[in-house]
Design a protein around this ligand. Sequence first.
Ligand SMILES: [Zn+2]
Ligand SMILES: [Zn+2]
Length: 193
Amino acid sequence: MFDDWQSIAWVAGSVLGAYGFVLWLGSVVWTYRDMSERTHDGWSQAVAVLLVLVFSVPGLFLYLILRPHETLAEAYERRLEAEALMRDAPAEPRSCRRCARPVQEDFLLCPHCRTNLREPCSGCGRALDLDWVACPYCGAQGPQAAVPVPEPLAAAPPAPAGTMSEPSRATPKRPGPTAAGRSGASTGSHSSS
Ligand SMILES: [Zn+2]
Ligand SMILES: [Zn+2]
């Protein structure tokens, strides 16, 4: 019965055909699963499956080259990671407003150029921003509230009163002969008519 070459060829051909069919079907199913992990877009999934369906193994290679780089799960994870990084990072590192070099949050002045950055609170001693009107920790007046008070003007008037009494003591009032002689000279000067 083995001398019937035709039947042997047929069996071998059908085995190879079945093998190829399973391989083709498997690659199509795998492509569909792989693509649905990488995109929700129905059109892209259909094109990928059709590519492997029509071109089989060469189509599979083409798909492997053209498929999206990362899966949806990987993209989601990466997005979560990026968000976590954004959240953990300091909102905005402080820098000196004059020399722009980095300074710490609680520095009172810039260690590089001595610019006044913050003012210690008069109540609790914490560093306050220069534009704050009140201390957020203890409620004391902030640096901005202290600035508009015209203190040098209010303190100025009492000072001249004390200084004016000083020179008055040094000049004694006494009717001298110089004053009488001057008045006599002025009265006797009406001769012409
Ligand atoms: Zn500076
Ligand atoms: Zn305070």
